[in-house]
Design a binder for this molecule. Structure first.
Ligand code: RB5
Length: 152
C-alpha cells in the first residue's frame, strides 16, 4: 500500500483472546486499505498467553516476513511489554490518533499495540490509519534518530 506517499509493506497482526474480535475488524480494514496482512492468531475466545503472539510477530519482523505490526490484548500493555523484549521491536501502546501519530513521528514505532477492552473499534481503526500513514521524522529531526539509535 502507498498512502500519503508512504509505502507500507506486509503488516503482521496478532492478539490474545481479549483482542481477537478487534483483530478481525482491523484485518478487514487493512484488506480495504489494500495492505497485505499476515495473521498470527489467536482466533478464538479460548484463553491464551499474549507473549506467545508478540513473539510470533517479532520473529516474522526479524526475518522480513512483515515490516510493521499490530498487536492487540485487553489493554495493549502486556502485549507491548512482551514485544519490546525483542531488540527489533518498537511497540507503542496507543489510545488515540495523537499517540499513533507521535509514536511514528518521534519514536519510529514499528508496532502499534491496542487495547480491545479500553477502546472502541472506530478509535482503533483511526489509530491504524494514522499509524500506517505517518512517517518517522528522523530525517528532518536528527535528535529523533539519535534517540532511536540509543535503544538499538
Ligand atoms: C487477558 O485477560 C489480559 O490480561 C490481557 O489481554 C492483557 O490485557 C494484558 O496486558
Amino acid at each position: 500500500m502507498v498512502a500519503s506517499g508512504i509505502a507500507v509493506g506486509t503488516v503482521g497482526i496478532a492478539s490474545d483472546h481479549a483482542g481477537f474480535e478487534l483483530k478481525a475488524v482491523l484485518r478487514e480494514q487493512l484488506g480495504e486499505m489494500g495492505v497485505e496482512v499476515i495473521d498470527f492468531g489467536t482466533n478464538s475466545p479460548e484463553s491464551v498467553d499474549y507473549p506467545d503472539f508478540a513473539d510470533a510477530l517479532a520473529s516474522a519482523m526479524k526475518d522480513g516476513r512483515a515490516s510493521r505490526g499490530i498487536l492487540i490484548c485487553g489493554t495493549g500493555i502486556g502485549i507491548a511489554m512482551a514485544a519490546n523484549r525483542h531488540k527489533n521491536m518498537r511497540a507503542a501502546t496507543c489510545h488515540d490518533t495523537t499517540d499513533a501519530r507521535l509514536a511514528r513521528q518521534h519514536n519510529d514505532a514499528n508496532v502499534l499495540a491496542l487495547g480491545a477492552r479500553t477502546m472502541g473499534p472506530e478509535v482503533a481503526q483511526d489509530c491504524v490509519r494514522v499509524f500506517l500513514n505517518t512517517a518517522f521524522e528522523g530525517d528532518t529531526n536528527p535528535r529523533h534518530a539519535r534517540r532511536i539509535a540509543k535503544m538499538s
